[in-house]
Write a protein that binds this ligand. Structure first.
Ligand code: HEC
Ligand code: HEC
Ligand code: HEC
Ligand code: HEC
Ligand code: HEC
Ligand code: HEC
Length: 508
């Protein structure tokens, strides 16, 4: 009872002047609201990024400000009246139960217990905040403008259930500490608008793939092959459908046969040096040989130049899967996908051509872009087909707007192709798509290394044979299995069909 009385008194004491009052009110309101909010979110009343920010950041900060005000208030009081804490206590109590002889003995336990409670509270709130900061939803939505695009494309990707920290922060104390320091810098950058737009890639402090991807994926796994059927639409009135069917040779080829995951299989190593950070133009590429030496392919166009400063990089998952989860699409491929799924009605004349033209037009602001898509498409059908009523026009426009909304973020300067995907390559049309008669140079993705201008000392290249990475069962044909079905070729255009059928059957 005596202790409780001293507690009440202590608080009254702090109420001495307005600074003290404010301190007590702030600290105790923060203290109580933390537990109320935490309780409500535990029982599931609400749980959003914003309540998290309030509970774990704003409230603890208010609490600490409250605590800091207390000694300030007291100092002010002392200056004004000259009374010490001791005087006030003896005055207040009046009954002489606290005097010079027992002052510290009586007051210290109160101060001590309050201090312990305060420190415990700050530690608890701090660790909740750390935990909360690791939550994907926080990473993705707290700084809405900055991370919004990454969050949007991540949410519809194969890794949408994998927390951001699993790829961006490796295991172990060192990784965690590095990430927190980096995170603190990012918070400051966000506050003062110091970050890059768009956020630059590649990310240098991304943990090595074996620590992140390797936690869940097994590099030497036997992948076999993977049949992919790609549906494409022409830009004609009928939106003519075309099929490309590839059998991707995704195996790790551990000593047997060949395959795409050969690069990262045990014992294999490919390393490279590129002219700059973009990792697009290779100066040289090296492959580890069985005897431990490296065979080098040198870029004939860059042979005379010197680029010493670029540190060689050992190829890992992210050199191909750089868009493992933040998958930005190509405009025409995105439309084709939505058309194949029936989200965009392929019965709408010229919808591929018009949709494409609508989404590749640049706008300063996203809402403007979205409105322009609606306007353009509605106007097109109203003018060109005044007598026809298209039932699915509206839902098709919605689907086209969604593609734009997902991929384009003017506020972060993210346009089409801001973040190119290395998993694949640019596709040329006509005879060049396979022949490369004129040593035509291709780039992008796999063709950054698999091309005609990186030569070893014998003049050999890293193969860019069309069937090295995939068998081709159909290439922009009417039937998805065209080359399997054709027995003999009738026209010159079909000259390759037999070759592709035989290649596939041989490796089947
Ligand atoms: C499956 C692993 C994985 C997950 C999960 C993941 N990321 Fe990434 N992230 C990557 C890779 C890989 C890159 C590209 C690295 C490169 O090109 O150097 C990247 C790049 C980024 C970039 C740079 C911009 C860009 O698109 O290249 C940001 C920002 C980012 N991630 C934020 C996030 C946020 C926020 C989350 C959670 C909502 C998240 N990431 C979840 C693997 C992942
Ligand atoms: C926490 C576990 C986890 C981590 C870390 C992780 N993945 Fe995955 N990944 C998965 C799961 C689970 C799937 C299967 C998702 C599905 O089928 O819906 C998957 C699927 C994939 C796929 C197939 C995608 C598709 O289109 O089907 C690729 C490629 C892939 N991951 C690459 C990576 C790369 C590269 C990294 C590192 C940057 C990585 N993953 C990190 C769990 C993980
Ligand atoms: C950084 C350079 C580089 C990139 C990028 C690259 N490769 Fe390779 N790849 C090589 C080298 C080097 C070899 C071995 C060539 C040799 O020894 O003749 C190779 C070999 C291969 C092989 C044959 C493996 C075997 O079993 O013999 C396949 C298949 C392959 N790559 C597929 C791909 C695919 C698919 C991509 C794109 C997703 C790709 N590569 C991107 C450098 C690269
Ligand atoms: C040389 C480029 C290259 C490298 C390096 C690479 N991959 Fe892949 N990976 C591919 C390609 C190409 C595909 C097929 C893409 C598709 O399905 O459209 C693929 C497919 C996958 C799949 C899906 C397989 C399936 O059967 O659906 C997983 C999972 C995967 N990769 C994980 C990894 C991991 C983990 C690493 C690093 C240890 C890695 N990859 C390194 C090119 C690569
Ligand atoms: C889809 C890939 C592809 C396309 C596109 C293509 N070809 Fe071919 N072409 C091949 C293949 C594969 C062979 C080898 C056939 C065989 O060995 O049976 C070949 C063989 C040839 C040959 C025979 C000489 C040689 O090098 O073996 C000529 C000539 C030729 N193509 C010309 C053309 C012309 C001209 C075009 C454009 C109209 C064209 N090709 C388009 C894949 C293609
Ligand atoms: C070094 C490996 C490699 C070589 C060589 C290669 N490709 Fe590919 N190709 C890929 C990969 C990987 C993809 C992506 C598959 C996917 O969508 O996941 C791809 C995709 C394609 C696509 C589908 C593109 C789309 O989205 O519509 C076509 C068409 C294609 N390749 C044709 C060719 C032709 C023709 C050649 C010969 C000039 C060739 N490829 C050589 C690896 C290769």
């Amino acid at each position: 009872m005596d202790f409780f009385r001293r507690y009440i008194m202590f608080i009254q004491l702090l109420f001495m002047n307005w600074v003290g009052k404010l301190g007590v009110i702030l600290a105790s309101t923060a203290f109580i609201s933390f537990f109320i909010l935490e309780g409500l979110s535990l029982i599931g009343v609400f749980r959003s990024t914003y309540t998290g920010i309030v509970t774990y950041f704003i409230i603890p900060v208010i609490f600490i400000i409250g605590l800091i005000l207390l000694p300030i208030g007291w100092q002010m009081q002392k200056k004004k009246t000259g009374t010490t804490l001791h005087n006030v206590f003896t005055d207040k109590l009046g009954d002489g139960s606290i005097g010079t002889h027992n002052f510290w003995e009586k007051v210290i336990p109160v101060v001590l217990i309050l201090t312990v409670v305060n420190v415990l509270f700050i530690v608890a709130a701090g660790s909740s905040a750390m935990h909360y900061m690791d939550d994907s939803e926080f990473c993705g939505t707290a700084c809405h403008t900055i991370m919004g695009p990454e969050w949007q494309v991540y949410s519809v990707s194969p890794h949408s259930r994998v927390p951001c920290v699993d790829c961006h922060i490796g295991e172990g104390v060192e990784a965690l500490a590095a990430a927190k320091i980096n995170g603190a810098w990012q918070a400051i950058a966000a506050m003062f608008d110091l970050y890059n737009k768009p956020i630059g890639t590649p990310i240098h402090n991304l943990r090595p793939a074996r620590e992140t991807c390797g936690k869940c994926h097994w590099p030497e796994k036997h992948y076999g092959s993977k049949l992919v059927k790609i549906e494409r639409y022409k830009e004609d009135e009928a939106n003519t459908k075309q099929y490309t069917t590839l059998n991707l040779k995704v195996d790790a080829a551990n000593g047997v046969g060949s395959g795409i995951h050969w690069h990262i299989a045990e014992d294999n190593e490919v390393r490279y040096s590129s002219v700059d950070d973009l990792r697009e133009d290779m100066i040289w590429v090296e492959v580890k040989q069985a005897n431990g030496e490296y065979k080098r392919f040198t870029n004939k166009h860059l042979a005379d130049s010197t680029f010493d400063s670029i540190e060689p990089r050992i190829m890992d998952c992210v050199d191909c899967h750089n868009r493992a989860t933040h998958i930005y699409e190509q405009p025409d491929a995105a439309l084709d996908k939505a058309m194949a799924r029936g989200l965009i009605d392929t019965e709408l004349p010229f919808i591929k051509r018009e949709g494409l033209a609508a989404i590749i037009t640049q706008h300063e602001v996203k809402t403007e872009g979205l409105a322009a898509i609606e306007e353009r498409l509605s106007a097109f059908y109203a003018i060109e087909y005044p007598d026809q009523k298209f039932e699915n026009l509206e839902s098709s426009i919605d689907a086209i707007q969604e593609i734009y909304d997902r991929n384009i973020h003017p506020e972060m300067k993210i346009e089409w192709n801001t973040y190119p995907n290395h998993l694949g390559h640019r596709v040329e049309f006509g005879c060049f798509s396979c022949h490369n008669f004129m040593q035509h140079e291709q780039s992008d993705g796999c063709f950054r290394c698999h091309n005609k201008h990186l030569l070893d000392e014998t003049g050999a290249t890293i193969s860019d044979d069309c069937t090295l990475c995939h068998s081709i069962l159909s290439l922009g044909e009417r039937d998805p299995l065209q080359y399997l079905l054709d027995q003999d070729f009738r026209t010159f255009e079909e000259h390759k069909n037999t070759y592709f059928r035989e290649e596939y059957l041989k490796n089947f």
